[in-house]
Design a protein around this ligand. Structure first.
Ligand code: FAS
Ligand code: PHB
Length: 390
């Protein structure tokens, strides 16, 4: 078998890249180790920044998002019960869209199936070969080993994928920050606490009130890294959530039986460079952000938009400039998103080892934010998404 671009991973990055390539008439084949159902049952991101909304809409993948998504023009920050709304639209002219990653993935899966482009689910033992020369990918499907020759490989296989692991460690630099806490997340079919998201700092820990629709809510509590969901029956979760919210939000909280509950670790990771021969990394295969800034999914989308533009330039015969500059181009934006996600995480979480001075600095950061339109504009610019340069 042969294709132009072999895409490893059918998460949002791989599916969006395949979608963009297909619209350009560039052949691709996606190899995914899980089933479509398994990919869809993973509960992850909930907020799309403006650039992601534009990309989905302009590439013909945004119809259901525009019909069912919830446009949000602001978010609320809460600090030990004091609250302040950040008016994203008034400060930047941009907004965000609440539309779950599961739905984005579902829409992209449907489009790929309609296009007839090849996707191999439950592909086992995916292995990359000769990525510096004539790249090949082998995999096992239905007990048989298959070989795929290609021009390029796009590693869109997430943080634990095979693509980054196929690059000699000496050729990579990994930058990492592991946070001393995780997030305990709950999904529940009850109306959200408020019309917009609430990011709450409390001495007991961070809390986030988000949503998936007007009838389905998503809540998070900062928790110990080693926390187990079994230790958090619903009653305990809601009681703790109420303690961390402002009185008004706590009073509005509607308790319900959780339909999903999971613990996620928080870390910042960036890999450099993002190209090795004819292998290119994008999305979580290239970087991880703490979800506090709602950047993970959105960064994956901007990565693959740039990678698509690079491949399109190559196949149009125009130039190799896009391919040669891909890594440097996306890393500039990745590091800005890492900075913002780190800053939001540092502002809003209770750090177990922090001293009185650090806690006063957090409070001063919040007080300055509330008092300064300039500071709020910086937050709003980053939250709604920085422009893609070049
Ligand atoms: P993904 O990990 O989504 O997809 C990679 C795909 O590659 C997977 O389907 C995997 O099965 C496949 N794969 C892996 N190894 C393979 C192999 N060897 N062969 C073939 N296929 C292979 N981001 C936010 O913005 N907001 C959030 O609230 C948020 N919450 C998150 C919660 C959790 C628990 C996690 C893990 C992440 C969260 N994220 C969040 C980040 C998340 O949304 C990612 O940024 C997003 O999934 C990135 O998409 P991809 O790069 O496509 O990677
Ligand atoms: C979510 O709805 O899952 C969500 C929203 C915003 C974040 C993180 C997670 O910053």
């Amino acid at each position: 078998m042969r294709t132009k671009v072999a895409i490893i991973g059918a998460g949002p990055a791989g599916l969006m890249l395949g979608h963009l390539l297909g619209r350009e008439g560039i052949d691709s084949l996606i190899l995914e180790r899980q089933s479509p159902g398994y990919v869809l049952q993973r509960i992850r991101a909930g907020v799309l920044e403006q650039g992601t909304v534009d990309l989905l809409r302009d590439s013909g993948a945004g119809a259901r998002m525009l019909a069912e998504g919830l446009p949000h023009t602001g978010i609320e920050l809460s600090f030990d019960g004091d609250t302040h709304r950040i008016d994203l639209a008034a400060l930047t002219g941009r907004s965000v869209m609440v539309y779950g990653q599961t739905e984005v993935t579902r829409d992209l899966m449907a489009l790929r199936a309609q296009s007839g482009a090849a996707t191999v689910y439950e592909a086992a033992d995916v292995a990359l070969h000769d990525v510096g020369g004539a790249p090949r990918v082998t995999y096992v499907k239905d007990g048989r080993t298959h070989e795929l020759a290609c021009d390029f490989i796009a590693g869109c296989d997430g943080f634990h994928g095979v693509s980054r692991a196929s690059i000699p460690p000496s050729a990579l630099t990994v930058f990492e920050r592991v946070y001393p806490f995780g997030w305990l997340g709950v999904l529940v079919d009850k109306p959200p606490v408020a019309d917009e998201l609430i990011y709450a700092h409390h001495a007991r820990g961070f809390a986030l009130c988000s949503m998936r629709s007007a009838t389905r809510s998503r809540y998070y509590l900062q928790c110990r890294i080693e926390e187990s969901v079994e230790a958090w029956p619903d009653d305990r979760f809601y009681a703790e959530l109420r303690r961390r919210l402002s009185p008004a939000a706590a009073a509005a909280l509607q308790q319900g039986v959780s339909i999903e509950k999971s613990v996620a670790p928080l870390r910042s990771v960036v890999v450099e460079p993002l190209r090795f021969g004819r292998l290119f990394l994008a999305g979580d295969a290239a970087h991880i952000v703490p979800p506090t800034g709602a950047k993970g999914l959105n960064l994956a989308m901007s990565d693959v938009r740039c990678l698509f533009e690079a491949f399109a330039d190559h196949y149009r015969g125009n130039s190799a400039a896009g391919i040669d500059h891909y890594s440097a181009r996306v890393l500039r934006r990745i590091w800005k998103a890492e900075r913002f996600s780190w800053w939001m995480t540092t502002l809003l979480h209770a750090f177990p080892e922090s001293d009185g001075f650090s806690r006063r600095i957090q409070r001063a950061d919040f007080d300055y934010l509330v008092s300064s339109q300039a500071a709020q504009t910086v937050l709003a610019e980053n939250y709604t998404g920085l422009p893609i340069e070049g």
